[in-house]
Design a binder for this molecule. Sequence first.
Ligand code: SF4
Length: 505
Amino acid sequence: MGSQRPTSQRPLIRERLADERGRIDKDAPYRIALTYPSPYHVGMSSLGYQQIYRTIQDHAGTAAERVFLEDGGDRAGADLAEVPVSYESLRPLGDFPIVAVSVAYEIELAGLVKMLDKGAIPLFADDRSERDPFVLCGGPLTFSNPIPLGPFADAVILGEAEEIIMPAIEIIRGASSRADACAQLAEHPNIWVPSVHGERLATIAACSNELLPAHSTIITPHTELRDMFLVESERGCSRSCQYCVMRRSTNGGMRIVPKDRLFEIIPDDAKRVGLVGAAVSDHPKITDIVNELADRGVHVGLSSLRPDRLREPFVAALRRAGYKTLTTALDGTSERMRGLIERRGKEKHFLAAAERARKYKFERLKLYLMMGLPGETDEDVDECVEFVTGLSKIVPIALGIAPFCAKRNTPLDKQPFAGVDLVTKRLERLRKGLKGRADVRGTSAKWAWVEYVLAQGGMTEGRALAEAVRSGGRYADYRKAFAKLGQYPNAKDQPKPVRKLDLLA
Ligand code: SF4
């Protein structure tokens, strides 16, 4: 247990605390570490993390103290310089009875391994004694595949945790032992206890609509969404994109927050408002909401814009609300690829979006794109070059490219990763074809492969990740650790599809 209180983080923490608005400082006898395995600026941008913070602070007798991965600790190969401590009291992570962790995506598991190791908390749940903290996990990762998290977690809340977090904390607090807590939690239909259930997951929780919308509690200038009040204008999605875990079959599809309710929540003095959700532009009143905020002089940000929703009044409203870059998803390299994954965006929508971006004087149109989908060929990439070249004659174009990683709980589950070499080559082909016509940025194919292995993996892959992080956490360390499992002999090979998709026929 880390009892020493390091001091070198103190000035930075003090400065950040001084700049926060809305923090709920609270005296309570029982204090838990609300942990985010990425740095402060990422954690504080997470609406889910903020929602759980408020849920705990609203509960009598319990308080949350926030603990983040230290700045720079998320870089591959970076070690943590110090024991992770809470922002509220500089208390070391290992001194809390409960470490509650929100994990957003696969690569963040490395941050959790580093924090537990540096906090002198036994990394594997099996090795913890009664004196060690109880590690209770949750977060967006639990909607797809939390199994690699299993070796590190005493228990995992699956799905929307708002109504489960406090009962779970009360069970752990009142239990006679760690085993007793695990046994009681394992009875809950939405809590997965790896020591009891093995790799058999519980069901994903959906919270009551009464608890929507989630919204910011703490506003801070020290995030990418600087001083922005975030509010969840809808939750879930009514669409059925084949690669997405938030598709309409998840938790009953899209749950819309009425416009009046949103305006009750948004503070009158908010200058910047972020509307958050999986499919914000599908909100039936989205144009009115953005216009009303623009009338108040508010700068608005939206987390997701669907190309087929970019009608003229909506685009005009976005420009009035301070948008300079019109951002949407191109998704597949060709019309054939977009059809394969059931995206509704067609060439005509992107052309119209580009025309509207020019008409309303946006600086650029930014398009997100997936590369390496099953069945993709060089011809699809060439179609992309030709199409984007055409768009670039209308308005400046930026492309953000991510390699495709199959996720569990989606129809494309178990589809193979295209291979690091192939994705890198296709990215180069696209970059070359669009040289001087579009700004092309791609995320690393190597790290996408690591994400893929974890997205498809089980507890064995979780343990291999721990070995990779402890060996240095570079890509080569992951390759070595995963290669030992035998199933991933060469990240460079393009594997055969695990099963033939009907879609590909
Ligand atoms: S990718 Fe977006 S639009 Fe498609 S199902 Fe997921 S959330 Fe909905």
